[in-house]
Ligand binder design. Structure first.
Ligand code: FAD
Length: 482
């Protein structure tokens, strides 16, 4: 009898424990993917993530074809799709790598239970994280709430060596009843047609496992040295940009971990840079650990103090933020980078999130939802964690009173204005002394740069000082009410 391999956010052949175990079983293998937006509580993917998924599935199918297999695409609620696949194929077992939202866990447990009753073995693996969320606990056996001790505990555990990609794969035969139901990739309608807003994405990204491995190799050669400093400078390519590849499992954290460790052991002097990058990978682990502990991470402020926060309903301000028309160049550059490329630099994510929540007093969940729709790396754990961290509402997050000043942040991390100029071309001719505060430029300077504030580029939609005071006052009042 054949065995089934169900791909879900683990679109790779290398270091894929579910696939490796299926191959080791010696049985013929049937590979499939289910596009499921209807199982209870499943959050539909945003537009940018759908775009990525298209290329990710396409690349995985090509890799499987090179091994003599292929990826069958099905659509619907996973539980009923699997029910049909299991009975039509007569499979003896199914293999998958685990997922971590509460809704996915519920579906996977239900499937496991019903297959077991029918004598079909369901084997699940960790293909997404260095450690399962339940594996790292403090001395009293409880999950950590704070990053530093969590990270220390992670550092004390060995990281399993990544598994090689299978060299060949005995492919099973799909029954025609399932093939009749299967969809072509085009039939999933994952990519935009008209308007084609993904044009800029194609110039920035190569999707799929081999692109991910190439990006990692390039980064180790050209970017790792100096990462600890460069990672905070949005105007240079100082980070790996592996986040969308990790999101869709085109590469796994064990592969990254070992590649960095290997490089570091051969190249003295990389210590600080390697440590820093490894610690970013651990932040991702920490976010998953929190999502597992708090399934509502994307839906509700963890701190109850925020339950009565007087969020603003200013739609015009929200729209100005989404479009990158706030009048603060650093914020606008970030929001436009996001729209144009589907990605935003981490430093700038913090700046724009702080601006939305604190300068505009708009609910962080609206920002989280916009990121969910527009980021190619939109991740159920990292995105919610990032927003709660900036809001100051999450476990182990920045305090609310830390309010980023978009001008001084810009001057510190983009001193020449390279980043702003790349994404806000209407300011390209402004001298760097004014690039983060065009309203302070003398009229003559503005005129010779071709800028008319309020017409070619907006004046700030809120003044920094009073906005800051208003945010602090709103927060103070909450505390008083408690
Ligand atoms: P690198 O610096 O090269 O880091 C390597 C990897 O480490 C990243 O790919 C990522 O997986 C992980 N990592 C790095 N920083 C963080 C972090 N702060 N938290 C968790 N993991 C991290 N990251 C996402 O992957 N998806 C999201 O939806 C997401 N939303 C965010 C929202 C906000 C408001 C904030 C402040 C951060 C968010 N992040 C998110 C985290 C971070 O900004 C991105 O992971 C990072 O910018 C991706 O670029 P990179 O791969 O070049 O990072």
């Amino acid at each position: 009898a054949p065995v089934l391999v169900w791909f879900r956010d683990d679109h790779r052949l290398a270091d894929n424990p579910a696939l490796a175990a299926a191959v080791a079983s010696g049985a013929p293998i049937l590979c499939f993917f289910i596009f499921d937006e209807i199982s209870e509580g499943f959050r539909p993917l945003g537009g940018a993530a759908r775009w990525w998924l298209h290329g990710s599935i396409e690349a995985l199918d090509e890799s499987l074809k090179r091994l003599g297999s292929k990826l069958i695409l099905l659509q619907g609620a996973a539980e009923s799709v699997i029910e049909r696949i299991a009975s039509e194929t007569g499979a003896s077992a199914i293999f998958w790598n685990r997922r971590y939202t509460a809704e996915e866990i519920a579906v996977d447990s239900a499937i496991k239970k019903s297959l077991t009753v029918r004598g079909i073995k369901a084997h699940s693996f960790n293909g997404r994280l260095l450690n399962e969320p339940w594996e790292i606990t403090n001395q009293s056996g409880k999950p950590f709430q704070v990053f530093t001790p969590y990270s220390r505990a992670v550092g004390q555990r060995p990281v399993a060596a990544p598994l090689p990609a299978p060299q060949n794969l005995e492919s099973g035969n799909w029954p025609s009843s399932i093939l009749d139901e299967a969809l072509s990739l085009a039939e999933l309608h994952l990519e935009p047609v008209r308007p084609d807003w993904a044009g800029g994405f194609r110039n920035h990204w190569q999707r799929g496992e081999s692109a991910a491995l190439e990006r990692l190799a390039d980064f180790l050669d050209g970017g790792l040295k100096g990462y600890a400093e460069n990672r905070d400078i949005p105007g240079v390519e100082g980070t790996t940009r592996l986040s969308p590849h990790l999101r869709f499992g085109e590469i796994g954290p064990r592969q990254i971990w070992h590649a960095i460790a290997h490089r570091r052991s051969h190249e003295p002097g990389l210590g600080r840079d390697a440590e820093k990058l490894l610690s970013e990978v651990v932040w991702r682990e920490f976010a998953y650990q929190l999502l597992y502990q708090y399934p509502d991470l994307s839906r509700a402020s963890h701190s109850r103090r925020f339950a009565h926060f007087p969020w603003s309903e200013d739609e015009k301000a929200f729209e100005a933020w989404q479009k990158g028309l706030t009048g603060y160049p650093m914020v606008d550059a970030g929001m436009r980078q996001l729209w144009r490329t589907g990605w935003m630099h981490n430093r700038v994510r913090m700046i724009v999130a702080s601006f939305l929540i604190k300068h505009l007093l708009i609910d962080w969940r609206r920002g989280e939802a916009w990121f969910w729709d527009t980021l190619v790396d939109a991740d159920p754990a990292n995105n919610a964690f990032g927003w709660q961290w900036v809001a100051g509402s999450g476990p182990d997050s920045a305090p609310f009173h830390r309010i980023f000043n978009p001008v001084t942040q810009g001057e510190k991390f983009d001193p020449q204005g390279n980043y702003v100029k790349a994404f806000v071309p209407e300011l390209a001719n402004l001298p760097s002394a004014f690039i983060h505060k065009p309203w302070e430029a003398p009229p003559l300077v503005l005129r010779s740069a071709g800028i008319t504030l309020g017409r070619t580029y907006p004046l700030p939609i809120v003044p920094h000082g009073p906005a800051r005071e208003r945010a602090l006052e709103a927060f103070r009042r909450l505390r008083d009410e408690q």
